[in-house]
Design a protein around this ligand. Structure first.
Ligand code: ATP
Ligand code: MG
Length: 309
């Protein structure tokens, strides 16, 4: 088994608004190893987003601990949490949160600017990432000039900007139609096949089935945590054959998407047998490094945790 990337131990989170006290997480513990693809499901209000926010240091627990790569992130200062998110965690939300006045390219480049990546390098990488998600020719478009699915793919590209170890996505297909959602699922599967650890919150059964492990929450607790027997891409209308071809046992590496993903992502890890290969249709697709080395470098650790204690 690979090592643990993120671990929550008995985390609790209460919200107090007005006179009401909501116990959003009632002692949640879980471990996620490098390379996993996990879906978190459950009824509305069961605590899924709250848990995801704790895993990404967007929020802190009232009690319990969250360890990222062995480091306790439950008590980070705002500045430390920002650095951790900038360098190690990619976040994708249901409503994209793209900057409306910036082009797709500028949106993707923004986290790199915040991380101090030189201008030329960040423009090159932003263009590569847009090509990776199939939007190389939309780089100059503003979010309002893109479809919902295209905006979500820009959000994924932006989340990958600084080569995170972990991608956290909250309802990434929530606002997409079935076909666009399927393309996004395939993109996430290909990222996972390239080594990116993915944790997704979803109400979408297709997306949950595309994961390898499904965690179900109810009333602020985990009520089940099970491997997915079949790693599938659920078909859209008229696509049954390719979906069947995609089915693989959960113990196998993530499948190559059954049909060529809209994004036609490129892979740098040529040694990975399941990595999607660029098709002839994706001449503009350039190799792009998705994830950084799996563990924190001393520089990362200093940046993210250095001022602690
Ligand atoms: N900022 C907040 N202030 C007060 N209560 C909150 C806040 N955020 C969440 N809650 C409450 O905490 C509980 C868990 O919320 P959470 O957003 O984690 O649920 P969820 O499982 O993501 O739901 P959904 O599927 O609807 O997105 C809910 O009862 C919610 O009302
Ligand atoms: Mg939610």
């Amino acid at each position: 088994m690979t090592r643990i990337l993120i671990e929550a131990s008995n985390v609790q989170r209460r919200y107090r608004t007005g006179g009401t006290d909501v116990h959003a997480l009632r002692g949640v513990s879980l471990r996620i190893h490098e390379g996993e693809f996990v879906a978190i499901v459950g009824a509305s209000g069961s605590g899924k987003s709250t848990l995801l926010h704790l895993l990404g240091a967007v929020d802190a627990p009232d009690s319990g601990k969250v360890l990222f790569d062995g480091n306790d992130i439950s008590g980070l200062t705002d500045a430390q949490a920002t650095l951790l998110r900038l360098h190690r965690v990619g976040l994708v939300f249901q409503r994209f949160y793209l900057m409306p006045t910036l082009s797709a390219l500028e949106n993707v480049a923004l986290p790199m600017a915040e991380a101090g990546v030189p201008t030329t390098e960040r423009r090159t990488r932003a263009q590569q990432l847009l090509s990776f998600v199939g939007l190389g020719e939309r780089a100059s478009h503003r979010p309002t000039q893109l479809s919902g699915g295209e905006q979500q793919r820009v959000a994924v590209a932006r989340a990958l900007a600084n080569k995170p170890a972990l991608l956290l996505a909250d309802e990434p297909t929530g606002e997409l139609d079935a076909a666009t959602g399927k393309a996004l699922i395939e993109l996430l599967q290909s990222l996972n096949a390239d080594g990116l650890t993915c944790v997704l919150v979803t109400h979408d059964p297709a997306l949950a089935q595309s994961a390898r492990r499904v965690i179900t929450m109810r009333d602020g607790q985990i009520v089940s945590d099970t491997p997915v027997a079949e790693h599938v891409v659920v078909p859209t209308a008229g696509d049954e054959q390719t979906a069947n071809a995609a089915s693989q046992p959960a113990s196998q590496p993530a499948s190559q998407p059954a049909s060529q993903p809209v994004s036609q992502p490129a892979s740098q890890s040529a040694s990975h047998p399941s990595s999607p290969q660029p098709s002839s249709k994706s001449a503009a697709t350039a190799p792009v490094e998705v994830t950084r080395r799996p563990s924190l470098t001393p520089a990362d650790a200093d940046a993210a945790f250095g001022a602690k204690e």
